[in-house]
Design a protein around this ligand. Structure first.
Ligand code: ADP
Length: 256
């Protein structure tokens, strides 16, 4: 069954088998700033004899440091597009390339490794590991990726400074506010310096002031980390921060 970015996935769902994964991900082709490219992508769902085209001949290129907002009505195909870009679901047709890798030719283990090293995920409902502290939640993907303890510690420390949580280092995440939890989730998503960060309605569970602060933070990290962000959202505030708006309707991408 396909994993979903929007379902209540834990890091273990997003990176299953990643400890065992040893496949080396080829680096992006040199001389290009293309981070992700979808070519003629189709995603067809069939249930109870009914066929539904959730993505219809989608062509989309995301470049280094894009800060793009994906907008569209409910059912337009936003989650399906995020899941395909996040390699959590495979398209029915077409080619998906992430960080120079042709996703369709990769094993499940190789895709786990790709998600761990090149992709970051931010969920509406944070999806943190509740028994872990702030530090441990952010450190978790680094440990799975095999980072040396001192390197992991320095990276977590730096990320905690970036998201303003240094004072909460040893707090369990259950003791934090929604905005603080989303900050932990953002730091965790960036732990392994992903090339592409996918966020599904990251401000939907937050009040408007906190949502604004989170957007400022994402904008800041877009600059400092040089990562590409694609944010699915209905929130008009998110669109104000967009460097690029990508519209989707009935599974078809219409770029603005
Ligand atoms: P959005 O995120 O924009 O609300 P989705 O990508 O979730 O849209 O859904 C696009 C279309 O695909 C909708 O018509 C939805 O009902 C359908 N769909 C999504 N996931 C499945 C699935 N697993 N099985 C069947 N249909 C699905």
């Amino acid at each position: 069954m396909a994993r979903s970015l929007t379902a209540a996935a834990s890091p273990a769902d997003v990176f299953p088998g990643s400890l065992a994964a040893t496949t080396t991900i080829e680096s992006a082709a040199t001389g290009t700033d293309i981070i992700a490219r979808l070519t003629d992508v189709e995603k067809v769902y069939e249930s109870e004899g009914v066929t539904l085209k959730a993505l219809d001949h989608v062509n989309l290129t995301l470049r280094q440091r894009d800060f793009a907002v994906l907008v569209g009505a409910s059912g337009a195909g936003k989650s399906t597009l995020l899941n395909v870009l996040g390699t959590l679901d495979r398209p029915t047709k077409g080619e998906v390339r992430i960080a120079g890798v042709d996703v369709g030719t990769q094993s499940d283990n190789a895709l786990s490794r790709l998600r761990l090293t090149s992709l970051g995920f931010i969920f509406q409902s944070f999806n943190l590991v509740e028994v872990l502290t702030v530090f441990e939640n952010i450190e978790y993907p680094l440990i799975i990726a095999g980072a040396r303890p001192a390197v992991a510690r320095d990276r977590v420390q730096w990320l905690m400074e970036q998201v303003g949580l240094t004072g909460h280092r040893n707090h369990r995440v259950t003791h934090l506010s929604g905005g603080q939890r989303q900050r932990v989730a953002i730091a965790r998503a960036l732990a392994n310096s992903p090339k592409l960060v996918l966020a599904d309605e990251p401000t939907a569970a937050l009040d408007s002031k906190t949502g604004e602060t989170i957007l400022d933070l994402l904008n800041h990290l877009n600059d400092t980390e040089e990562a590409t962000f694609l944010i699915a959202s209905h929130d008009p505030k998110v669109m104000v921060h967009a460097k690029r708006t990508i519209k989707i309707a009935d599974g078809t991408v219409i770029e603005c």
